[in-house]
Write a protein that binds this ligand. Sequence first.
Ligand code: ADP
Length: 212
Amino acid sequence: MSPIELNKRQEEILRIVKGNGPITGEQIAERLSLTRATLRPDLAILTMAGFLDARPRVGYFYSGKKPGQDVAVTMNKMKVKDFQSIPVVVREDMSVYDAISQMFLEDVGTLFVVDKKSCLTGVLSRKDLLRTSLGGQNLAAMPVHIIMTRMPNITYCLKTDSLIQAAKRLINQQIDALPVVQEHEDGFKVVGRLTKTNITKAFLSLSENHEL
Ligand code: ADP
């Protein structure tokens, strides 16, 4: 059994909850002058490792339990929704030129492509765009739907999937990112982006004294 070691911020959260619980995530964030989104991974770790309990509409409180869970058990409880990033989405008729600009502007390595109903139809990676730009065609006149990887060949995940499941998909398919989707009547809406960086951050959050 390898007990989880906490980073400074997690220790601080634990102190706040011990002294003030039950307390909401927003209130904890306020006390630390941070956003709720920044705290989400820390709160997820503390809850999953058994330091804190969370009740809907009540907030977080100190569980009093002695954490001694195996790291693997905690890892299996880590969910995509706790570590996902904001997706960057473009329309099918956007030009390859504009998609390249968008990738730089948004500082991401993968763009998700959607149709008029905002449903997922494709994925564009850095190399998809690089390959196309080597072809000598007019990139401003070429829509991305010609070069994207398209449905139904897109590997995706759900908010509620475990991070382990998502990591396995990234490795098995040899890709850098998964769209986090929600099923709708017209198809899949893109609600997040799960990348190798998110997995790396989750991995680090299990280690001691690491600031996320
Ligand atoms: P890069 O091509 O820059 O190395 P990736 O390894 O993520 O980046 O992409 C490799 C190929 O897989 C690309 O052609 C890309 O369109 C495709 N791809 C990327 N992500 C996905 C995904 N989630 N589902 C299906 N195909 C994907």
